[in-house]
Design a protein around this ligand. Structure first.
Ligand SMILES: [Fe+2]
Length: 326
Protein backbone atom coordinates (compact mmCIF):
# COMPACT_ATOMS: atom_id res chain seq x y z
CA UNK A 1 0.00 0.00 0.00
CA UNK A 2 1.49 3.41 -0.90
CA UNK A 3 2.46 5.95 1.74
CA UNK A 4 -0.27 8.62 2.09
CA UNK A 5 0.52 12.20 1.11
CA UNK A 6 1.63 14.27 4.13
CA UNK A 7 -1.32 15.78 6.01
CA UNK A 8 0.03 19.31 6.60
CA UNK A 9 -3.19 20.73 8.08
CA UNK A 10 -4.40 18.10 10.58
CA UNK A 11 -7.53 18.60 12.73
CA UNK A 12 -5.39 19.57 15.74
CA UNK A 13 -1.71 20.36 16.22
CA UNK A 14 0.43 17.81 18.05
CA UNK A 15 3.82 19.34 18.85
CA UNK A 16 5.83 16.27 19.84
CA UNK A 17 5.86 13.10 21.90
CA UNK A 18 6.15 13.96 25.59
CA UNK A 19 6.26 11.06 28.03
CA UNK A 20 5.37 7.49 28.87
CA UNK A 21 4.13 5.82 32.05
CA UNK A 22 5.52 2.38 32.87
CA UNK A 23 4.02 0.03 35.42
CA UNK A 24 7.02 -1.48 37.26
CA UNK A 25 7.06 -4.24 39.87
CA UNK A 26 10.03 -3.08 41.98
CA UNK A 27 10.40 0.68 42.25
CA UNK A 28 13.85 0.50 43.87
CA UNK A 29 15.17 -1.76 41.08
CA UNK A 30 13.73 0.61 38.44
CA UNK A 31 15.28 3.60 40.20
CA UNK A 32 18.69 1.90 40.21
CA UNK A 33 18.35 1.33 36.47
CA UNK A 34 16.92 4.67 35.28
CA UNK A 35 18.56 7.03 37.78
CA UNK A 36 21.83 5.43 38.95
CA UNK A 37 22.68 3.71 35.65
CA UNK A 38 21.10 5.74 32.81
CA UNK A 39 21.35 9.10 34.60
CA UNK A 40 17.79 10.42 34.36
CA UNK A 41 16.97 13.14 36.93
CA UNK A 42 14.34 12.59 39.62
CA UNK A 43 11.83 15.47 39.71
CA UNK A 44 9.52 13.91 42.31
CA UNK A 45 9.13 10.57 44.04
CA UNK A 46 7.26 8.76 46.77
CA UNK A 47 6.60 5.10 47.64
CA UNK A 48 4.35 4.62 44.60
CA UNK A 49 5.68 6.82 41.80
CA UNK A 50 8.91 8.27 40.42
CA UNK A 51 8.90 11.20 37.96
CA UNK A 52 11.96 11.63 35.76
CA UNK A 53 13.30 14.10 33.21
CA UNK A 54 16.36 14.15 30.96
CA UNK A 55 19.03 16.86 31.02
CA UNK A 56 17.69 19.21 28.32
CA UNK A 57 14.05 18.98 29.28
CA UNK A 58 12.22 21.88 30.91
CA UNK A 59 8.96 19.98 31.36
CA UNK A 60 8.50 18.14 34.66
CA UNK A 61 8.61 14.59 33.32
CA UNK A 62 9.37 12.44 30.30
CA UNK A 63 9.06 9.12 32.15
CA UNK A 64 6.79 8.08 35.01
CA UNK A 65 7.42 4.85 36.92
CA UNK A 66 4.36 3.55 38.81
CA UNK A 67 4.52 0.65 41.22
CA UNK A 68 2.22 -2.12 39.93
CA UNK A 69 1.70 -5.84 40.51
CA UNK A 70 2.55 -6.49 36.85
CA UNK A 71 4.76 -4.70 34.36
CA UNK A 72 2.74 -2.64 31.87
CA UNK A 73 2.56 0.52 29.84
CA UNK A 74 -0.22 2.79 31.02
CA UNK A 75 -0.20 5.32 28.13
CA UNK A 76 1.86 7.27 25.60
CA UNK A 77 1.59 11.07 25.96
CA UNK A 78 1.93 13.95 23.52
CA UNK A 79 2.16 17.73 23.94
CA UNK A 80 -0.11 19.85 21.75
CA UNK A 81 0.56 23.40 20.56
CA UNK A 82 -1.98 25.24 22.78
CA UNK A 83 -5.02 24.75 25.03
CA UNK A 84 -7.28 25.30 22.01
CA UNK A 85 -5.69 22.36 20.24
CA UNK A 86 -6.67 20.14 23.19
CA UNK A 87 -10.33 21.00 22.66
CA UNK A 88 -9.99 20.33 18.94
CA UNK A 89 -8.39 16.95 19.73
CA UNK A 90 -11.22 16.10 22.14
CA UNK A 91 -13.87 16.91 19.57
CA UNK A 92 -12.09 15.07 16.75
CA UNK A 93 -11.59 11.84 18.71
CA UNK A 94 -15.18 11.98 20.00
CA UNK A 95 -16.47 12.46 16.44
CA UNK A 96 -14.53 9.34 15.35
CA UNK A 97 -16.26 7.34 18.08
CA UNK A 98 -13.15 6.99 20.28
CA UNK A 99 -13.57 7.08 24.05
CA UNK A 100 -12.54 10.49 25.40
CA UNK A 101 -12.10 11.65 29.00
CA UNK A 102 -10.51 14.59 30.79
CA UNK A 103 -8.18 13.13 33.42
CA UNK A 104 -6.15 14.65 36.26
CA UNK A 105 -2.40 14.18 36.08
CA UNK A 106 0.00 15.70 38.63
CA UNK A 107 2.19 18.53 37.29
CA UNK A 108 0.00 18.88 34.17
CA UNK A 109 -2.90 21.07 33.14
CA UNK A 110 -5.98 19.71 31.37
CA UNK A 111 -5.18 16.24 30.03
CA UNK A 112 -7.19 14.38 27.41
CA UNK A 113 -7.18 10.58 27.53
CA UNK A 114 -8.25 8.65 24.46
CA UNK A 115 -6.87 5.82 22.32
CA UNK A 116 -5.57 5.15 18.85
CA UNK A 117 -7.07 2.91 16.15
CA UNK A 118 -5.84 -0.24 17.95
CA UNK A 119 -7.04 0.79 21.42
CA UNK A 120 -3.58 1.89 22.63
CA UNK A 121 -4.09 4.60 25.28
CA UNK A 122 -2.94 8.09 24.27
CA UNK A 123 -2.92 11.23 26.39
CA UNK A 124 -2.63 14.85 25.24
CA UNK A 125 -1.89 18.00 27.23
CA UNK A 126 -0.54 21.50 26.65
CA UNK A 127 0.54 22.68 30.08
CA UNK A 128 3.13 20.90 32.23
CA UNK A 129 5.06 22.41 35.16
CA UNK A 130 8.25 24.01 33.82
CA UNK A 131 11.51 23.47 35.69
CA UNK A 132 14.75 25.46 35.75
CA UNK A 133 17.24 24.50 33.02
CA UNK A 134 19.94 22.05 34.10
CA UNK A 135 21.60 21.33 30.76
CA UNK A 136 24.69 23.32 31.78
CA UNK A 137 24.89 21.88 35.28
CA UNK A 138 27.51 19.37 34.22
CA UNK A 139 28.00 18.07 37.76
CA UNK A 140 24.56 16.47 37.38
CA UNK A 141 25.44 14.50 34.24
CA UNK A 142 25.67 10.77 34.97
CA UNK A 143 25.34 7.42 33.22
CA UNK A 144 24.66 7.76 29.51
CA UNK A 145 23.94 11.52 29.89
CA UNK A 146 20.38 11.34 28.50
CA UNK A 147 19.39 14.66 26.91
CA UNK A 148 15.75 14.13 25.94
CA UNK A 149 13.11 11.55 25.10
CA UNK A 150 13.18 10.99 21.36
CA UNK A 151 10.56 8.47 20.23
CA UNK A 152 8.25 5.55 20.86
CA UNK A 153 8.17 2.40 18.76
CA UNK A 154 5.09 0.16 18.89
CA UNK A 155 4.25 -3.29 17.59
CA UNK A 156 0.96 -3.03 15.68
CA UNK A 157 -1.04 -5.76 13.96
CA UNK A 158 -1.46 -3.70 10.75
CA UNK A 159 1.18 -1.08 9.88
CA UNK A 160 -0.81 0.20 6.85
CA UNK A 161 -3.71 0.92 9.20
CA UNK A 162 -1.39 2.62 11.72
CA UNK A 163 0.11 4.90 9.08
CA UNK A 164 -3.35 5.79 7.74
CA UNK A 165 -4.66 6.66 11.22
CA UNK A 166 -1.62 8.62 12.41
CA UNK A 167 -1.50 10.45 9.06
CA UNK A 168 -5.00 11.75 9.79
CA UNK A 169 -3.66 13.41 12.97
CA UNK A 170 -0.63 14.84 11.19
CA UNK A 171 2.20 12.34 11.64
CA UNK A 172 4.41 12.41 8.51
CA UNK A 173 6.29 9.33 7.27
CA UNK A 174 10.07 9.73 6.96
CA UNK A 175 11.12 6.14 6.19
CA UNK A 176 9.26 2.89 5.67
CA UNK A 177 9.83 -0.81 5.08
CA UNK A 178 7.77 -2.59 2.48
CA UNK A 179 7.22 -6.31 2.07
CA UNK A 180 8.03 -6.77 -1.63
CA UNK A 181 5.80 -9.83 -2.00
CA UNK A 182 2.56 -8.22 -0.81
CA UNK A 183 3.36 -4.53 -1.27
CA UNK A 184 2.25 -3.96 2.33
CA UNK A 185 4.05 -1.97 4.99
CA UNK A 186 6.10 -3.93 7.51
CA UNK A 187 7.32 -0.87 9.45
CA UNK A 188 7.09 2.93 9.28
CA UNK A 189 8.66 5.92 11.03
CA UNK A 190 6.46 9.00 11.51
CA UNK A 191 7.13 12.41 13.06
CA UNK A 192 5.67 15.68 14.29
CA UNK A 193 8.75 17.41 15.72
CA UNK A 194 11.14 17.41 12.76
CA UNK A 195 13.31 14.36 13.52
CA UNK A 196 13.03 10.94 11.92
CA UNK A 197 10.21 9.95 14.25
CA UNK A 198 8.06 10.62 17.27
CA UNK A 199 6.46 7.19 16.88
CA UNK A 200 7.38 4.23 14.70
CA UNK A 201 5.37 1.10 13.98
CA UNK A 202 6.66 -2.46 13.64
CA UNK A 203 4.62 -5.39 12.32
CA UNK A 204 3.75 -7.82 15.10
CA UNK A 205 1.41 -8.88 17.89
CA UNK A 206 -0.04 -5.58 19.01
CA UNK A 207 -0.65 -3.02 20.12
CA UNK A 208 2.39 -3.34 22.40
CA UNK A 209 5.26 -0.97 23.08
CA UNK A 210 8.45 -2.14 21.38
CA UNK A 211 10.74 0.52 22.87
CA UNK A 212 11.14 4.05 24.16
CA UNK A 213 14.22 5.99 23.03
CA UNK A 214 16.37 8.63 24.68
CA UNK A 215 18.74 10.91 22.79
CA UNK A 216 22.33 11.09 24.09
CA UNK A 217 25.18 13.45 23.11
CA UNK A 218 27.51 11.04 21.24
CA UNK A 219 28.13 7.35 20.44
CA UNK A 220 30.91 7.41 23.05
CA UNK A 221 28.30 7.87 25.77
CA UNK A 222 26.80 4.58 24.58
CA UNK A 223 30.16 2.81 24.84
CA UNK A 224 30.59 4.21 28.37
CA UNK A 225 27.12 2.91 29.30
CA UNK A 226 28.01 -0.55 28.02
CA UNK A 227 31.14 -0.60 30.18
CA UNK A 228 29.08 0.53 33.16
CA UNK A 229 26.28 -2.01 32.62
CA UNK A 230 28.73 -4.84 31.97
CA UNK A 231 30.39 -4.32 35.34
CA UNK A 232 27.42 -3.42 37.57
CA UNK A 233 25.21 -6.48 37.13
CA UNK A 234 23.36 -5.48 33.97
CA UNK A 235 25.18 -7.54 31.32
CA UNK A 236 22.02 -9.64 30.82
CA UNK A 237 20.01 -6.46 30.13
CA UNK A 238 22.03 -5.65 26.98
CA UNK A 239 19.96 -6.92 24.04
CA UNK A 240 21.21 -5.48 20.73
CA UNK A 241 23.99 -3.20 19.55
CA UNK A 242 25.76 -0.88 19.64
CA UNK A 243 25.39 -0.16 15.97
CA UNK A 244 24.37 2.27 13.24
CA UNK A 245 20.83 1.90 11.89
CA UNK A 246 20.27 1.87 8.14
CA UNK A 247 16.86 3.41 8.75
CA UNK A 248 17.27 6.83 10.47
CA UNK A 249 21.10 6.67 10.23
CA UNK A 250 21.15 6.88 14.03
CA UNK A 251 23.66 5.27 16.39
CA UNK A 252 21.82 2.89 18.72
CA UNK A 253 21.83 0.48 21.64
CA UNK A 254 18.87 -1.56 22.94
CA UNK A 255 18.68 -2.51 26.60
CA UNK A 256 15.96 -3.96 28.84
CA UNK A 257 14.93 -2.48 32.18
CA UNK A 258 14.37 -4.76 35.23
CA UNK A 259 10.75 -5.41 34.09
CA UNK A 260 11.68 -6.04 30.46
CA UNK A 261 10.61 -2.62 29.13
CA UNK A 262 12.93 -2.02 26.18
CA UNK A 263 14.89 1.25 26.09
CA UNK A 264 16.82 2.50 23.09
CA UNK A 265 19.79 4.80 23.56
CA UNK A 266 19.91 6.86 20.39
CA UNK A 267 21.80 9.69 18.74
CA UNK A 268 22.53 11.48 15.50
CA UNK A 269 19.54 11.08 13.22
CA UNK A 270 18.65 13.90 10.80
CA UNK A 271 16.30 16.87 10.33
CA UNK A 272 12.98 16.29 8.58
CA UNK A 273 11.11 19.60 8.85
CA UNK A 274 10.56 20.15 5.10
CA UNK A 275 6.86 19.61 4.37
CA UNK A 276 7.76 18.05 1.02
CA UNK A 277 10.44 15.69 2.37
CA UNK A 278 10.38 12.45 0.38
CA UNK A 279 9.99 9.32 2.50
CA UNK A 280 12.78 6.74 2.10
CA UNK A 281 11.71 3.21 1.17
CA UNK A 282 13.48 0.06 2.40
CA UNK A 283 13.02 -3.58 1.43
CA UNK A 284 12.34 -5.92 4.37
CA UNK A 285 15.07 -8.23 3.05
CA UNK A 286 17.75 -5.52 2.79
CA UNK A 287 20.48 -6.58 5.28
CA UNK A 288 21.50 -2.94 5.85
CA UNK A 289 17.96 -1.86 6.82
CA UNK A 290 18.19 -2.73 10.54
CA UNK A 291 21.92 -2.16 10.90
CA UNK A 292 24.00 -0.32 8.32
CA UNK A 293 26.95 -2.56 9.18
CA UNK A 294 24.92 -5.65 8.29
CA UNK A 295 24.46 -7.38 11.67
CA UNK A 296 20.85 -8.62 12.08
CA UNK A 297 18.84 -8.21 15.30
CA UNK A 298 18.22 -11.19 17.62
CA UNK A 299 14.84 -12.96 17.60
CA UNK A 300 13.86 -11.39 20.95
CA UNK A 301 13.96 -7.97 19.27
CA UNK A 302 11.14 -9.04 16.90
CA UNK A 303 9.03 -10.79 19.52
CA UNK A 304 9.37 -9.20 22.96
CA UNK A 305 7.33 -6.10 23.84
CA UNK A 306 5.47 -4.41 26.71
CA UNK A 307 1.71 -4.81 27.05
CA UNK A 308 -0.57 -1.81 27.48
CA UNK A 309 -2.50 -2.11 30.73
CA UNK A 310 -5.90 -3.67 29.97
CA UNK A 311 -5.40 -3.93 26.19
CA UNK A 312 -5.38 -7.41 24.65
CA UNK A 313 -3.00 -7.55 21.66
CA UNK A 314 -3.94 -9.30 18.41
CA UNK A 315 -1.80 -11.13 15.85
CA UNK A 316 -0.37 -9.28 12.86
CA UNK A 317 -2.26 -9.66 9.60
CA UNK A 318 0.99 -9.62 7.57
CA UNK A 319 3.07 -12.77 8.01
CA UNK A 320 6.30 -11.61 6.29
CA UNK A 321 9.54 -12.49 8.10
CA UNK A 322 12.46 -10.10 8.62
CA UNK A 323 16.12 -11.14 8.66
CA UNK A 324 16.80 -12.58 12.14
CA UNK A 325 20.20 -13.33 13.66
CA UNK A 326 20.96 -17.11 13.73
FE1 LIG B 1 13.97 3.42 17.89
Amino acid sequence: MPIPAPNLYPPFNILRLSHIEFGVTDLAASRAFYVDTLGLQVTDEDDETIYLRAMEERGHHCLILKKKAQASVDYLAYKVFSEDELDKAHDWFAAQGHDVAWVTRPYQGRTLRTHDCFGAPMEFYFKMDRLAPIHQQYALYKGVKPLRIDHFNCFVPDVDKAVAFYNRIGFRVTEYTEDEETGRLWAAWTHRKGGVHDIAFTNGLGPRVHHTAFWVPTPLNIIDLLDLMATTGYVGNIERGPGRHGISNAFFLYILDPDGHRIEIYCSDYQTVDPDLEAIKWDLKDPQRQTLWGAPAPRSWFEHGSLFDGVEPVAATLKATPIVAP
